[in-house]
Structures are given as structure tokens and as C-alpha cells.
Design a protein around this ligand. Structure first.
Ligand SMILES: [Zn+2]
Length: 309
């Protein structure tokens, strides 16, 4: 008899906890490791998150693999950078996943750019003329911690929508992330204050939000247009400009060939720095905070070494 009561109580307990438990973890897929890092901050152990692109890859040009379709098939939520960053590879993956939850416009489809501060939005007619890969403004907006906060809030809204019972958990984590990021940002801005206005050149237009936040002056690009490889004439013009205005730094994202940047460095006396624009760009950069810590330290050391102004 006693045993029966125990069993009944156990069954009741099971029945009341099961519906919650049966929901399991929300399964998130992000296009980039930056979005995955921010999602992890908010979602904690109530989510699983997997990124399609690795941080050391050019996010504009990711080779589609069958395993990506499998990831998307199982996803509850897909988070993308947007602004056409993934236009070259994501749409067919979404289609082929046949997962209704993550189709464009579905509840599980989150374009993280919608509330963010986007720079370089083209005026007038939108065009992809000559292969420009930034037709809807600059998609590298996650490199401003203020945009990181906006992305985190958007992810929170989505998680709370899908798991209303876990809202308080996500909210605590969001607020903790925002306050840690606030503190870190103050520290980063203070670190960079002595180097305000330092001139530099970057390979691709990956860093305008970063430069705006930390007071740097990007005066030219190795690429003639975003997504277009360097041409001899453009490189010559760039080197002349750099010599005229005494630019001592060339930043290169890890996935670009160093041949042209090194030639520019030899000709102008500028230091060539490989600087990751994403979490996972180098091994040490394993979360969103470490991305800024790593890049800003790299930059400060190079500025000190070259005397760049
Ligand atoms: Zn780009």
C-alpha cells in the first residue's frame, strides 16, 4: 500500500514537471560566431547554439556544406547578421532545410541588424554594381559594443517569446551581460583615449563601427570596393595617399591574402596587422569580450611600436 502511494506521488510529480522538461533546450543556429557568443551570454544552459561560419572565415563567402542544412533542420531559431552579409550562401541553406520555423519571416527567423546602428547606408538607389557586397549598409556592425547590447536585447526578446516560463532566467542573464559590457566598454574607451584620431588603412570595410566607437580614423582600404580584390592602380593610389598623410598601420582580416598588404607595408613603412573582426578569428578570442580585448591590445601595441598618429 505504502509503495503504491509513493508511486502515485511520483507519477503526479512526473506529470507536473514533464511538460516543462519535455520542452528541452531551445536549439539556436547562428550564421556567425559573434552572434553565437552573444546568444550564449543570454541563453545560458537553457539553449544550445551552433554557428555556421567560423570566425576565421570571410562571412561574406562561406562554402555551403550539407552539414549546415542538417543544423538548420533541427533549429528552433536562426539568427543572422543581415544587411545581405549572408546573401551569397544562406538562402539556399534555409530553403533546403525545409524547416518552417526558420524560413524568412517565420517566428524563428531573427535578423539581428534591425535595431542596430548601421553605418554607410548607401544614398539613392541600392545597387550591387561591380560586385559591392555592402549594398544595404555596412554589415560588420557587431564590432561596436553598443550594437552588441542591442543584439543581446533582440535575442532576449526571441528567447522569452519561445520560452515564456524561462523569461526571468534570460532577463537576469541579459542584465548581467549588459552591465559587464558597460564596464568593459568604459575600460576600452579609456584605453584608446590617448590614441584618438590615429590614422589607418584596412583591407575590407570591416571596422567602421569599431573605429567610430574607439575614435580611430580609417583613411583607406586595400580593396577598391567591398568584396573586390585589390587592383594595381588602386594599390598605387593608396600607397601615395598613405605616404602623403603618414599612415603607419594596415589592418588585415585573417582570411585575406597578405601579398598586397605586405607590399604596401614595404613601400610605405607601415606595420601590417592581422586583426580578427570576429569571435573565433584566433584561438584566444573565445567570447565577445575577448574580441575587443584582443583587438584593442593588438592595436595599442602597434601604435606604440610605429608611433602612428
Ligand atoms: Zn563586408
Amino acid at each position: 500500500m505504502k509503495m503504491k502511494i509513493c508511486l502515485a506521488a511520483f507519477m503526479t510529480l512526473l506529470m507536473t514537471t514533464l511538460p516543462l522538461r519535455a520542452q528541452g533546450k531551445l536549439n539556436l543556429v547562428t550564421t556567425t560566431e559573434d552572434l553565437a557568443a552573444i546568444a550564449r551570454e543570454v541563453g545560458g544552459d537553457h539553449i544550445t547554439v551552433d554557428s555556421i561560419a567560423r570566425g576565421y572565415q570571410d562571412p561574406h563567402f562561406v562554402e555551403a556544406k550539407p552539414s549546415f542544412i542538417l543544423k538548420l533542420q533541427k533549429a528552433d531559431i536562426l539568427i543572422l547578421v543581415g544587411r545581405d552579409l549572408e546573401i551569397g550562401w544562406l538562402p539556399p541553406l534555409i530553403q533546403q532545410s525545409r524547416n518552417s520555423k526558420v524560413q524568412v519571416g517565420a517566428d524563428g527567423y531573427l535578423d539581428a541588424s534591425l535595431q542596430a546602428r548601421i553605418l554607410e547606408i548607401p544614398q539613392g538607389q541600392i545597387t550591387r554594381a561591380e560586385g559591392d557586397v555592402h549594398p544595404l549598409g555596412n554589415p560588420h556592425y557587431w564590432l561596436d559594443p553598443d550594437n552588441g547590447k542591442i543584439i543581446a536585447k533582440e535575442i532576449f526578446d526571441k528567447l522569452a517569446h519561445f520560452r515564456p516560463n524561462d523569461r526571468a532566467y534570460f532577463e537576469t542573464r541579459l542584465n548581467d551581460f549588459l552591465s559587464r559590457l558597460d564596464d568593459a566598454e568604459k575600460r576600452w574607451v579609456a584605453m584608446m583615449a590617448p590614441y584618438k584620431g590615429t590614422k589607418m588603412v584596412t583591407y575590407h570595410r570591416s571596422f567602421p563601427n569599431f573605429a567610430e566607437r574607439f575614435g580611430l580614423d580609417i583613411v583607406g582600404y586595400v580593396e577598391p570596393k567591398p568584396g573586390i580584390p585589390p587592383t594595381p592602380q588602386h594599390t598605387l593610389d593608396l600607397m601615395n595617399d598613405m605616404k602623403r598623410t603618414n599612415v603607419k598601420l594596415v589592418l588585415v582580416e585573417p582570411y585575406f591574402d597578405l601579398k598586397t598588404p605586405n607590399a604596401i607595408g614595404r613601400d610605405t613603412g607601415a606595420e601590417v596587422l592581422v586583426m580578427p573582426p570576429s569571435v573565433g578569428g584566433v584561438k584566444e578570442v573565445s567570447d565577445y569580450f575577448k574580441l575587443f580585448d584582443y583587438d584593442l591590445n593588438l592595436l595599442i601595441n602597434a601604435i606604440k611600436k610605429t608611433g602612428a598618429k
